[in-house]
Design a protein. Structure first.
Length: 143
């Protein structure tokens, strides 16, 4: 056994009254950067039909999130985060399974995600779920 223990978790869409809690979770998880406004990111995701934020709850407590969406060609996952005291309990795996199901239901043939270069420790988690690195370079430009 890996030391992981399952907890009863319910996964559903993030409610608008949970946006601040999600942003706080993302900050705690080290996912927020000064140039990203997590509140604005959450509002954009919840406003359109091509994205959502999946929320993991234990009772009424938000313990994890995964922002997922698609560009009409591929699905994407961002802001996968689990509260530090709830990690290694299967919540991230459940969120990824829910994100995969959401993207598959939207007709996406593949799910992509990006891992920051400084976060190499999480690569083992994704590899265990069957994800592989791609021979691509991500380019960006601020608008």
């Amino acid at each position: 056994m890996s030391g992981r223990r399952s907890v009863p978790v319910e996964i559903g869409p993030l409610r608008s009254d949970e946006i601040a809690a999600a942003a706080a979770l993302w900050t705690t998880a080290g996912l927020v950067r000064p140039w990203n406004d997590p509140i604005a990111d959450a509002r954009r995701a919840l406003a359109g039909p091509a994205a959502t934020i999946l929320a993991a709850r234990v009772g009424d407590t938000l313990v994890g999130t995964a922002m997922t969406g698609h560009d009409g060609h591929r699905g994407w996952v961002y802001y996968l985060a689990v509260a530090p005291d709830r990690q290694r309990q299967g919540i991230a795996r459940a969120l990824m399974a829910a994100a995969e199901a959401w993207c598959a239901a939207a007709g996406m043939p593949r799910l992509n995600l990006m891992v920051r270069a400084g976060n190499a420790g999480v690569l083992g988690f994704y590899a265990a779920l069957g994800y592989r690195t791609s021979d691509v370079v991500v380019l960006q430009r601020d608008l």
